[in-house]
Write a protein that binds this ligand. Structure first.
Ligand code: ADP
Ligand code: MG
Length: 603
């Protein structure tokens, strides 16, 4: 037992199904060949008619009784007297090896001598020794154990055949695993993963049931909420009305999908209790504060807490909006609802601190996170085992951002376009791959290029990720700037309403999720906008597809496809769980089936 545990640890596996999913990389088949196929492995009965030793090499001539006594010769290289004895004239053997033909003579070089005929033995490629992994499989993979994991008889039968086949035809078709087995493996993989996640979800009772009326807010809005906004608000209403379980929800919606309205509706529900919202930057917090003031009924007291600014009003406020500065306030009032905007922009440490802030006692506030990084639907389905997930896949109004790849030869045209936009009092953002010159990147850096732009344009602003004054530069640019030069790190969520043109230099180096985030910077106010992907290799299928795709959730799916086909990743997107059989881009229905099964098992 203890020994098995060690082996499981070495294999890094944690469940019976993890073990069952270690599929043999190949099989050794010792059933006798029915036909002689040159160039393939053959297993043949063979009788020695003569053998001779020359220079330490043993040469044996056989006849094949099952094939009209055809002759076959073999050479054994490293031999001992034991071999000479074994292959004495008149002895019979079953030999296995690659069958060759040389001038009409059959040959197998260095054949294996087979003791047990008619066996199919799985070969596993793991960190363990062959005998170790085989003993684990033999010990734990049984019909009884597989059934008790909740698999059905078809799935159990398939796994048993994969690990204990009687003949090759049971498992292989045209040299690879049968398609129906692959479908089953996909299912088992999804099911196993979901099952583990479900075990990890922990829930706590909520501080209060929140049932405030959203009507005063919704009815005073200058627009109708989209049906998806309404759906998410309904999801949250259900969450917040419970006390047995504090809400734990993630709302995922593309940039511009209108998540702020969902935040404000949730604040209404929480009344007369307090809500807290944490945003990743002061600018964003300020923007949210302004929106809250604009759209919430005047009776709702809203307070702002950012570094270097707080008027103490947060102690009495109904809705406190802040940055991580909130985490350092010791006299934060108790809040019934805690929200995090752009949650993916917070570091692990800050999230941990918020967790502590949120879980003072056994009862917890309702907790809702908002993310602007669309994830594939399949991933959302997986993650919904750990926390509830709502997706907003539509935006309130069509945004027109013409996306196009361009190369060096298009530069004069690009310059004309930039001048044109600037003359219309619009703004331009140019994203460079690096701050400083580097021999590894075949593009100009921010430092190398800034002179060029500053000579030709007024009001050129420059910032980058490590720039301490980044927020100030952005604020000033928003008011006075024409052209902003930056690196990718500037994908903060602040809106620049006059921004209508973005150029991404070296676009092929970036992941699609990042490109999409960057493109989301322009056209926020319905102004016609452009996104130019500048590349030395503009003929890229990946970039073309990106140009044609506007919905973030479709981009996320595209990204999966290209990633699976081995395309570059820039590491800025969370690398989701990797699966051996399951294709996260295509196998939505498999995950759905696995979820249904899990539901049946648990209830
Ligand atoms: P997100 O936070 O999801 O990126 P915002 O909440 O900032 O998006 O919304 C983007 C813009 O859309 C804002 O100007 C907002 O006022 C507007 N908006 C939100 N919901 C609607 C709606 N239902 N109809 C029209 N405009 C909307
Ligand atoms: Mg937002």
């Amino acid at each position: 037992m203890e020994e098995a545990k060690q082996l499981f640890k070495k294999l890094k596996i944690y469940s019976l199904l993890d073990l069952a999913l270690i599929v043999p990389s190949s099989y050794r088949d010792t059933s006798l060949s029915e036909v002689l196929e040159i160039g393939k492995s053959a297993t043949l009965e063979a009788k020695v008619i003569e053998s001779s030793v020359n220079n330490g090499k043993l040469r044996v001539n056989f006849i094949l009784p099952r094939f009209n006594n055809r002759r076959l010769s073999s050479i054994f290289f490293r031999t001992t007297p034991y071999h000479y004895k074994l292959f004495e004239a008149g002895t019979s053997h079953v030999i296995q090896g690659r069958l060759e033909e040389y001038r009409g003579y059959l040959q197998i070089s260095q054949p294996r001598s087979i003791k047990k005929v008619g066996m199919v033995t799985p070969k596993y490629k793991t960190v363990l020794k062959e005998s170790e992994i085989r003993s684990l499989i033999e010990r734990y993979i049984s019909e009884k154990n597989l059934f008790s994991e909740g698999l059905d008889s078809k799935e159990v039968a398939a796994l048993m055949q994969i690990h204990f086949p009687n003949k090759m035809e049971d498992v292989y078709e045209n040299g690879s695993l049968k398609p129906e087995f692959i479908s089953i493996l996909k299912f088992v993989e999804a099911y196993n993963h979901l099952k583990k996640l479900r075990g990890k979800r922990v829930d706590f009772p909520a501080l209060y049931a929140l049932k405030g009326d959203t009507a005063p807010f919704v009815e005073s809005l200058p627009f109708m909420l989209t049906s998806q906004q309404q759906q998410v608000i309904a999801d949250i209403r259900e969450d917040l009305a419970r006390t047995d379980k504090a809400a734990k929800r993630m709302v995922v919606g593309d940039v511009g999908s209108g998540k702020t309205m969902v935040i404000l509706a949730s604040v209404m529900m929480a009344l007369p209790y307090k809500s807290i919202l944490m945003a990743p930057t002061s600018l964003l917090a300020l923007q949210l504060y302004e929106e809250a003031g604009k759209y919430l009924p005047a009776s709702v007291r809203v307070s702002l807490v950012i570094q270097g600014y707080d008027d103490g009003s947060y102690r009495e406020a109904d809705f406190i909006i802040g940055t991580h500065a909130l985490l350092y306030k010791e006299d934060l009032p108790e809040a019934a609802l805690v929200m995090v905007d752009e949650q993916h922009r917070f570091g692990t440490r800050q999230r941990q601190m918020l967790e502590t802030l949120v879980s003072k006692e056994e009862r917890k506030p309702h907790y809702i996170q908002f993310s602007a990084t669309p994830i594939p639907r399949t991933q959302a389905m997986m993650e919904s085992e750990l926390l509830d997930v709502s997706l907003i896949t539509t935006t309130p109004f069509e945004r027109e951002v013409l996306t196009q790849t361009i190369g060096r030869e298009d530069f004069p045209e690009l310059m004309r376009h930039i001048k044109d936009e600037v003359s219309k009092n619009h703004q331009v953002l140019i994203i460079y791959p690096l701050v400083e010159e580097s021999t590894e990147v075949p593009y100009q850096s921010l430092d190398e290029s800034r002179g060029f732009w500053e000579e030709r344009f007024e009001n050129v602003y420059v910032t980058h990720g490590k720039d301490k004054l980044k927020e100030d530069v952005l604020l000033e640019f928003r008011e006075k700037g024409d052209i902003l030069l930056a690196t990718t790190v500037v994908e903060v969520g602040i809106s620049l309403p006059r921004l209508t043109l973005i150029v991404i230099v070296g676009a092929e180096r970036l992941g699609l999720a990042t490109l999409h985030q960057l493109r989301g910077r322009v056209g926020r106010n319905g102004l016609k906008s452009w996104c130019y992907l500048f590349s030395n290799t503009p003929q890229s299928d990946r970039l073309y597809k990106f140009c044609e795709t506007t919905n973030g959730f479709d981009i996320a799916k595209l990204d999966l496809k290209f990633r699976d086909s081995g395309d570059i990743i820039d590491g800025t997107i969370q690398s989701g769980q990797r699966f051996k059989w399951l294709d996260m881009a295509e196998d939505e229905h498999v995950i759905e089936q696995a979820k249904i099964r899990l539901e049946c098992i648990v209830s």
